[in-house]
Design a protein. Structure first.
Lengths: 115, 110
């Protein structure tokens, strides 16, 4: 069974502060993703990674950076948090190599509030 | 515009009845996933389909990439089926990113 964990689960930050959200997966999947979900909407892709050392921009990357220091870990960094970044953030992992099955498995989410 | 259109946005069912959710795609997608968001906010994987149909208990899903749609059928609905259901299509580009529908809020009533 896929296992993706996120920390922290809840975070309150101040405007202008730095926030780091962490994700760990034990599936040895190549690809990892960061999405955000806002009330009444589906998830939207922020950044993703094909493997250690790789980060790519998704559909809404502005205001976010990502870091993939190892196969297992993928972080999302908000250098200068703003209230518009208040949301629930989901991390996911998936195989996604060649023609392989690319099912994604999600972590439990991090609820971020920027005051 | 939106690449994944999910309907209905909200649905109420009585226990024991059934219905279908649908996602239409504006372009050819490689695969589709269906999720249920539970009361704790976690996304539970229901189905992954690259083609055809799959069934799991009271749930059945179909995906037709050529006709650009996917469906999720729920039969004999139970109270614990309540939650928000999302479809997510796998983009045709190389990143395997998922493009999500806006969700269906399902309420099952006694």
């Amino acid at each position: 069974e896929a296992a993706v964990t996120q920390s922290p689960r809840n975070k309150v930050a101040v405007t202008g502060g730095k926030v780091t959200l962490s994700c760990n997966q034990t599936n040895n999947h190549n690809n990892m993703y960061w999405y955000r979900q806002d009330t009444g909407h589906g998830l939207r892709l922020i950044h993703y990674s094909y493997g250690a050392g790789s980060t790519e921009k998704g559909d809404i990357p502005d205001g976010y950076k990502a870091s993939r220091p190892s196969q297992e870990n993928f972080s999302l960094i908000l250098e200068l948090a703003t209230p518009s970044q208040t949301s629930v953030y989901f991390c996911a992992s998936g195989e996604g190599t060649g023609g392989a099955r690319a099912e994604q498995f999600f972590g439990p989410g991090t609820r971020l509030t920027v005051l | 515009g939106d690449q994944v259109e999910q309907s209905p946005s909200a649905l109420s069912l009585h226990e024991g009845t059934g219905s279908a959710l649908r996602c239409n795609f504006t372009t050819t997608m490689r695969a589709v996933q269906w999720f249920r968001k539970n009361s704790r906010g976690s996304l539970i994987n229901l189905f992954y389909l690259a083609s055809g149909t799959k069934e799991n208990g009271r749930l059945k899903s179909a995906f037709d990439s050529k006709e650009r749609y996917s469906t999720l059928h729920i039969r004999d609905a139970q109270l614990e089926d309540s939650g928000t259901y999302f479809c997510a299509a796998e983009a045709p580009s190389g990143s395997w990113q998922l493009i999500f529908g806006s969700g269906t809020q399902l309420t099952v009533m006694p």
